[in-house]
Structure formats: C-alpha cells, structure tokens
Write a protein that binds this ligand. Sequence first.
Ligand SMILES: Nc1nc2c(ncn2[C@@H]2O[C@H](COP(=O)(O)OP(=O)(O)OP(=O)(O)O)[C@@H](O)[C@H]2O)c(=O)[nH]1
Length: 224
Amino acid sequence: MIKDEFQSLQLKRDHSACKIIVAMEDYDYLFKIVLIGNAGVGKTCLVRRFTQGLFPPGQGATIGVDFMIKTVEIKGVKVKLQIWDTAGQERFRSITQSYYRSANALILTYDITCEDSFRCLPEWLREIEQYANNQVVTILVGNKIDLAEKREVHRQRAEEFAQAQSMLYLETSAKESDNVEKLFLDLACVLIREAKQNTLDNNESAPMPGEGKNINYLSCCNIN
Ligand SMILES: Nc1nc2c(ncn2[C@@H]2O[C@H](COP(=O)(O)OP(=O)(O)OP(=O)(O)O)[C@@H](O)[C@H]2O)c(=O)[nH]1
C-alpha cells in the first residue's frame, strides 16, 4: 500500500516534471530583440502596441531597461520574442549598453518628426559597433508616421542612410498601429532564417564587439 502510494507519487512527480519541460520547450526559437534610440522616439509605445495591442496614454520615460515577451507563430514555427525596451536618456547609457551583447536583433528607432533623433543615429551606430555582437540584425525604424504634417526626415534620406549602413528600414506608427506587427514579424522571420543557417550569436564562441561585419538581410521577408 505504502509502495503503491509512493509509486503514484513518483508518477505524479514525473508527470508534472514532464509538463514543466513541455512548457519550457513550447517554442522552436527564442530571440532577444533590443530597442534603442533617443528618448521620446516611441520605443516603449512600439513594444506595448505589439505585445499588448495598445497605445499607452501619457507614457512616461523608461527608467533603465524593461522587457516583455510575446510568442508568435510564423508558418508553423513557434518563436518566442524577448523584447527589451531601453531608456533613451543619456544617463542610463551604461546600463543599456550591457544589453546589446546578447541581442539577436536591434531596433534602432528615431522619430520622423524630430531631426535631432535622426542626427544622433551615427552615435547609436558607434554604440552598436562597440557593444553588440557582429552578427546582430539591425533595423532602422522611423516612428510616428501618423504625424505626416510634422515630418522633418524624408523617407528617401532615411532609406539611403539605412542602405549605406546595411540596415533594413521601416516606418511605423505605434499610435495608429501602422507596420508595428510587420516590424516584429519580419524581424522574427529574418532571425529564423539566420538561425537555420547557424549564424546566430548565442554562444561563448561569439565574435567580440567591434570585430565588425555588416550583414544584408534581404530575401525571405518582406520588410519594405
Ligand atoms: N503621434 C505619435 N506619438 C507617439 C508615437 N509613439 C510614441 N508617441 C509618443 O511619444 C512620446 C514618447 O513615447 P515613448 O514610447 O515613451 O518613447 P521612448 O522612446 O520609449 O522614450 P524613453 O523611454 O525616454 O527612451 C509619448 O508621448 C508617446 O505618446 C506614434 O507612433 N505617434
């Protein structure tokens, strides 16, 4: 009797352990995506639009780093996206830099209505060069396209800049939900392709920051 109870307990334990393992492996890929860019360009709003389907009223500045998770399915492949939202304010730079290293993708965001946020891009690229691994996928995002009448950065100029830096380019509106889903899903698609080619940086033998290689990601996904 005691033995039976013990066996039943063992079975239950094995069963629950099994369940935990199933839950832990309930995705095919896990990717870390980090949003960077000047304060106020809309990084948090992009993340919240994608993960929660809302545009937060009176969104305050991010303090340090925040993260959210969303699992998506692309052509039968389950992809867990760990999305890190960093503070754009200069005073948090030393904290946020430490998140670049293990990122699979970076979303470098600027505000199309703010020339200054575009002018700072070379500075952000230097940060990427210095702190990210050289296989990171980088996409340049011009946010706030709902404010077309206030546009200060022409699309063509931004596209040319992105192309010169071997980055993908997309314009979004977190407010109107334009291209937000596309941004994350297309990025996931690129990352799946890279993972399949075994070129993602997920291990100790990863190249060190600054070893420098730019990558063109063009074919499988339909960014632009
Ligand atoms: N019109 C419009 N406003 C936006 C959009 N995205 C964000 N905003 C507004 O821009 C302001 C800053 O948005 P945040 O998402 O906090 O910007 P952030 O880049 O995360 O800022 P930090 O956390 O300081 O780095 C907020 O007032 C938002 O309501 C957008 O697509 N359109």
